[in-house]
Design a protein around this ligand. Structure first.
Ligand code: GLU
Length: 426
């Protein structure tokens, strides 16, 4: 059995998210005993597009950006995955994120494959009008590849409901009629779903609750540190606070804050609305990001970007549970160190799947033009997360592996089964 991805499969030249994703796949393939042909197929994106996006700046200058859309796998249904605006986006990162979407959708049993898009831009430095033009040009460049039955976008880092409205509008205007199902995470006014904006965070809390229960613990008796106070981390911190957990620390790209008494998360959110950062929040001490990751708390939630827990700092983690709100925050080396030290890692493709679950609910609602109530959505999300957690935990127990491996084995197996059942054409 090969223990690494075949050499001609666009493997990364530098360690990064694609190396992590490929190493995870290689390990799952060898545990499942699949052959090299299956490995090669699952290691290679089905389709990719690479587009140049010229932007007319507000001051009249022109600037060029690079954008990507990768459909990793579409065997179980249309591609599904977010659109990221971040300066470090490159094709390898988008490939990794697309692969994780494939396993994630399979783990929570959505009828989707995996896809991801990205534009290498720092949205903090561009006006709303400029971001709208970038979004519309990007959408128009990738038009042939997307659609409600082909590939469905959603928000990710640096994009939001407004971005999705521009994508939907550009796509719809070009097709000649309104097609809400081409994106999820839309504003409610144009076919979005109740509960979508906070769904990833709710899912993080559901999966934490399930993991704690296995260790005989409850949310209202644990302390939590959340790295990243964006769309996922801020709401997760808020829901942890609501559930009675003591949120001791949070951070953003500017710094971190800590209070051993617990933070009043709503007040931290207010401070962020006023100042743009958690830094300077009065009822807490400033700490740095490395200190946050090493805090003596029960639960650590990395909810920012990839590759924050590495061989260099995994040994410092004192939390007993790491719940991955972000995609790919833990490298394989760090995973091994955490496992040795008895830290339970609830993996990204399970822990943060709440977002894509409610994306699926939104897509189903849009296809039927019939909208559900918020309690219905919350209840169905909670149920799906519990079912997925139980399946992963069961797989991990049966094979005596980590939750990460359990989740990957389920995801990879479901996708491989779809391949085999459909057969090869021609
Ligand atoms: N960007 C989110 C993720 O990484 C959501 C994707 C979606 O809803 O399609 O899971």
């Amino acid at each position: 059995m090969p223990d690494e991805a075949p050499g001609d499969l666009a493997g990364p030249s530098r360690p990064g998210p694609l190396a992590t994703a490929q190493a995870q796949l290689a390990s799952a393939i060898s545990q499942l005993g699949y052959d090299e042909g299956m490995h090669a197929m699952l290691a290679t994106p089905r389709r990719e597009i690479n587009v140049a996006i010229p932007l007319r700046r507000d001051d009249g200058r022109t600037e060029l950006f690079h954008g990507f859309r990768v459909q990793h796998n579409v065997s179980r249904g249309p591609g599904k995955g977010g659109l990221r605006f971040h300066p470090s986006v490159d094709v390898d990162e988008v490939r990794a994120l697309a692969m994780w979407m494939t396993w994630k959708c399979a783990v929570v049993e959505l009828p989707y494959g995996g896809a991801k898009g990205g534009v290498a831009i720092d949205p903090r430095y561009y006006s709303a009008g400029e971001l709208e033009r970038v979004t519309r040009r990007y959408t128009s460049e990738i038009m042939p590849m997307i659609g409600p039955e082909r590939d469905i976008m959603a928000p990710d880092i640096g994009t939001d409901a407004a971005t999705m409205a521009w994508v939907m509008d550009t796509y719809s205007v070009n097709r000649g009629y309104t097609i809400p199902g081409v994106v999820t995470g839309k504003p409610l006014e144009v076919g979005g779903s109740l509960g979508r904006a906070t769904a990833t965070s709710r899912g993080v809390v559901h999966s934490t609750r399930a993991a704690l229960a296995e260790g005989g613990r409850k949310l209202d008796e644990v302390s939590v540190a959340v790295q990243g106070f964006g769309k996922v981390g801020a709401h997760a911190a808020d829901f942890f606070d609501d559930a009675g957990a003591r949120v001791e620390a949070v951070s953003d790209q500017y710094g971190a804050i800590h209070s051993s008494r617990g933070l009043h998360v709503q007040r931290v959110m207010e401070h962020v609305r006023e100042t743009g950062s958690v830094v300077g929040y009065p009822d807490a001490d400033p700490i740095d990001n490395a200190q946050l990751l090493a805090l003596d708390v029960d639960v650590l939630v990395p909810a920012a970007v990839e590759g924050v827990l590495t061989a260099d700092n995994a040994g410092d983690v004192r939390a007993r549970w790491v719940v991955e709100g972000a995609n790919g925050p833990t490298t394989p080396d760090a995973d091994a160190i955490l496992a040795d030290r008895g830290v339970v890692v609830v993996p990204d493709i399970l822990a943060n799947a709440g977002g894509v679950v409610v994306s699926y609910f939104e897509w189903v609602q849009a296809q039927q033009a019939y909208w559900w109530t918020e309690p219905e959505i919350e209840a169905r999300l909670a149920e799906r997360m519990q079912i997925a957690y139980d399946a992963v935990a069961q797989m991990a127990r049966t094979r005596d592996v980590s939750l990460r491996d359990g989740a990957l084995l389920i995801g990879v197996q479901r996708v491989a089964t779809a391949h085999r059942t459909r057969g090869l054409y021609p």
